[in-house]
Design a protein around this ligand. Structure first.
Ligand SMILES: Nc1ncnc2c1ncn2[C@@H]1O[C@H](COP(=O)(O)OP(=O)(O)O)[C@@H](O)[C@H]1O
Ligand SMILES: Cc1cn([C@H]2C[C@H](O)[C@@H](COP(=O)(O)O)O2)c(=O)[nH]c1=O
Ligand SMILES: [Zn+2]
Length: 193
């Protein structure tokens, strides 16, 4: 389990923050882990701001919601840059579904961390074809802390790292749930492709 390197108020005014990334397939627990870290920051009396891309309205317009129906209030944003202004003087910034932002999120995460904030990003590391989902590779490279979580393969019960698309749609972005995707291990993912 991830243990925060530091969670309370920093003593030094000019101290920089850091970047944490939570990645994995669909259903692997990324959102639950993000919510867990943000709730602990709130318990530590940290000022927390949470964002998600406007595109992700699957469960709720404003809440970040896990497949398990854990939820936390968030601000939907159209562009990564909006987050810099909206984050204000908070201590911790959480961002879910980070794969839906363009590469400018890399600069935004850097600016936020350099201004002293703890930045926690959660998102898919691979798309439905098993290819790296931009901008996640860049975010993984610049993060101080990376956590890869795993789902359970829906075919064989092993650990799953892939999101298998159940429909024939080839567009990279296709919002969906269990109707359109299932978690698969490497064997079961490539067996049916
Ligand atoms: N194949 C699966 N493997 C693991 N958990 C699953 C699976 N299918 C559904 N779940 C549920 O999804 C929850 C994780 O949801 P969530 O945090 O939203 O994942 P993610 O953000 O990675 O898609 C699990 O706690 C479990 O209740
Ligand atoms: C693999 C893959 C997924 N998506 C979409 C499907 C869901 O709406 C989100 C992922 O949500 P989760 O919180 O990680 O379960 O992304 C997509 O658009 N393209 C893909 O290749
Ligand atoms: Zn499998």
């Amino acid at each position: 389990m991830f243990i925060e390197p530091s969670i309370g108020k920093s003593k030094s005014k000019d101290r920089k923050g850091h970047i944490e990334v939570i990645c994995g397939s669909m259903f692997s627990g990324k959102t639950e882990e993000l919510i867990r870290r943000l709730n602990r920051a709130l318990i530590a009396r940290q000022k927390v701001e949470i964002f998600k891309p406007t595109i992700d309205k699957r469960y709720h317009e404003f809440d970040v919601v896990s497949h398990n129906e854990n939820a936390i209030r968030s601000t939907p944003v159209n562009f990564a840059e909006d987050i810099i202004l909206l984050a204000g003087d908070c201590d911790v910034v959480g961002i879910d579904e980070v794969q839906f932002f363009d590469n400018r999120i890399v600069h935004v995460a850097t600016v936020l961390a350099n201004s002293g904030k703890r930045v926690i990003l959660a998102g898919l590391d691979m798309d439905f074809e098993g290819r790296p989902f931009e901008p996640m590779p860049q975010l993984l490279a610049i993060a101080e802390y990376v956590t890869k979580v795993h789902a359970i393969c829906m075919k064989c019960g092993n650990l799953a790292s892939y999101s298998f698309r159940l429909t024939s749609t080839k567009e990279k972005v296709l919002l969906g749930e269990k109707d359109s995707y299932e978690a698969r291990c490497r064997n079961c993912f490539f067996e049916d492709r």
